[in-house]
Write a new protein. Structure first.
Length: 515
């Protein structure tokens, strides 16, 4: 038996004395492994958005297929993430974490060699299953490995490093795509192999195994129903742009709604449900999750379709477009700490409401910019994305605080997991619904003219007048998306103001009070 396991078995070891499974000398390996695993999920999604036009050219993918390349991953991740978190408690965090990473990188390699869009969609769904186990495990294993007095600092390092990789990933990925051409999109998935293998090595060779904390049920029935419900809804919303094959959108949407109702009834009857629906009786918890859904719906739609517009519509290079993710990640990394302390002082209501309003203004600015046909990236689009980043940095930490403080201490883990799932379901529905909206507006603007490629399809060799129609239609399509998402951010702001507790203003009155 290794010395690591002997240390864990010794009841007098420092690891046991401070209530963790991991000796102090080995905790740094937990942190590095968690950072690398987090980078896998963060980088994968952001670079894929930039690479989507190149991928569509290389595989001949339609808009609906492009939506499903994103949504197959989002579907299995959002539907299974709560079961994935429970797996860590049932089987041990290290074992579940390693399993999730291994499945994620195996599916990533399969994605890298996919021969057609259908294969890529299938492998992305498997990748999402791996992520559903891996994503909750990265933070949970840090919390279990570090004693309470050191946990905050470790999580801070993890968050800052994750934000840094999220910021640099699209920039480097965009540079590679610009330098090496369309076919290099496969390297986006292949790069997951070395990162994942290093993380697995550290977890297996340098970190002792932890013991399962409880024999929790995984509620696989609930996970299956959630997958079918959200999958049917996403399918129906995607089919609205004509990409649904033989099935009409209305039956799929109605079927998804029915399955969602069945899922709710099923969860209410379970002794160990995947989602504790009773938490939604708490006004602040329900309000924070509604605000989360609106906000992350808007964010996901813009971060998926804006790169498509810039690369395929405006003809910008991927290297240039990669910088649009930088302000978001940098703002969250730099400001989450100060904003968190501000939220602790005045309550989360004002930061969430005002931050959501700032994001709404940024998206409204994008709508005006694109509707007017102003193609100024560095003086127009980029500053608005920087404003969006400032707004999101104002929201992220207080939103987590609002969710966690709205429930009893015993329910904080469940509350955090539900909020995570809500944000990802918001992204899933956004890519499906807003893609159809963009396609409908684009088709209306082009009047079905022959020779004009579909929305988000790169083009070359078009006559100047036809290309002008294509670009104007692309601008109008994205402007429609930006208008809807700006309104949803406004709804998020209003919802937070009406439901989340906290002081109404951060500025004291003359009598020293704030309310």
């Amino acid at each position: 038996m290794s010395s690591a396991n002997e240390t864990t078995a010794d009841p007098h070891s420092p690891a046991r004395a401070n209530g963790t499974f991991c000796p102090q000398t080995q905790r740094k390996f937990v942190l590095v492994a968690a950072i690398l695993a987090s980078a896998l999920g963060f980088i994968d999604g952001s670079i894929l958005a930039i690479a989507m036009p190149a991928l569509r050219v290389d595989l001949g993918a339609s808009l609906a297929e492009a939506q499903w390349i994103s949504n197959a991953y989002a579907l299995t991740l959002s539907a299974l993430i709560l079961a994935g978190g429970a797996a860590g408690d049932r089987f041990g965090l290290r074992r579940a974490f390693v399993t999730g990473i291994a499945l994620f990188i195996a599916a990533s390699l399969a994605c890298a060699i996919a021969l057609d869009p259908a294969m890529l969609v299938a492998f992305r769904a498997i990748q999402g299953i791996g992520a559903a186990i891996m994503v909750p495990g990265s933070l949970a294993i840090i919390a279990k490995a570090y004693p309470k007095q050191e946990r905050g600092r470790a999580i801070g390092i993890w968050a800052a490093a994750s934000a840094l990789t999220t910021a640099l990933g699209p920039v480097l990925g965009g540079f590679v795509l610009t330098t090496f051409g369309n076919g290099i999109w496969r390297a986006i998935f292949a790069i997951n192999l070395p990162l994942g293998l290093i993380s697995i090595y550290l977890l297996v060779a340098k970190i002792p195994a932890d013991k399962p904390t409880e024999k929790r049920g995984l509620d696989l029935g609930g996970a299956l129903l959630a997958t079918l419900a959200f999958g049917s809804l996403a399918y129906g919303l995607t089919a609205m742009n004509g990409g649904g094959g033989a099935m009409l959108p209305a039956p799929a949407i109605v079927g998804g709604a029915v399955l969602l109702l069945v899922f709710i009834l099923y969860e209410r009857r379970q002794s160990e449900p995947m989602i504790d629906l009773g938490l939604f009786r708490i006004r602040a918890f329900a309000g924070a999750n509604v605000a989360t859904f609106f906000l992350y719906f808007a964010l996901s739609a813009n971060l998926f379709y804006l790169p498509t517009l810039l690369v395929a519509g405006w003809g910008l290079s991927e290297a240039e477009v990669g910088f649009i993710f930088l302000p978001l990640s940098a703002s969250i990394a730099l400001l989450s700490g100060p904003v968190g302390r501000w939220s602790d002082r005045i309550g989360p209501r004002f930061p969430i409401a005002s931050g959501s309003l700032v994001v709404a203004i940024a998206f409204a600015g994008l709508a005006l910019l694109t509707h007017a046909g102003i193609h100024n990236f560095w003086t127009g689009t980029f500053p608005l994305m920087a404003l969006m980043g400032l707004g999101m940095a104002q929201v992220v930490s207080p939103l987590s605080t609002a969710v966690m403080t709205s429930v009893e201490d015993k329910d904080t883990g469940a509350a955090s997991g539900i909020n995570n799932a809500v944000s990802r379901v918001g992204g899933l529905i956004a890519v499906a619904a807003m893609g159809s909206l963009a396609a409908i507006v684009y088709a209306r603007m082009t009047n079905g003219a022959a020779g004009i490629p579909g929305f988000g399809e790169p083009s070359s060799g078009l006559a100047a007048d036809i290309d002008a129609v294509r670009v104007a239609a692309s601008d109008s399509a994205f402007a429609a998306v930006a208008v809807i998402t700006a309104l949803l951010c406004l709804l998020s702001s209003v919802t937070a103001w009406l439901t989340v507790p906290g002081q109404a203003s951060p500025w004291p009155k003359s009598d020293g009070s704030r309310n």
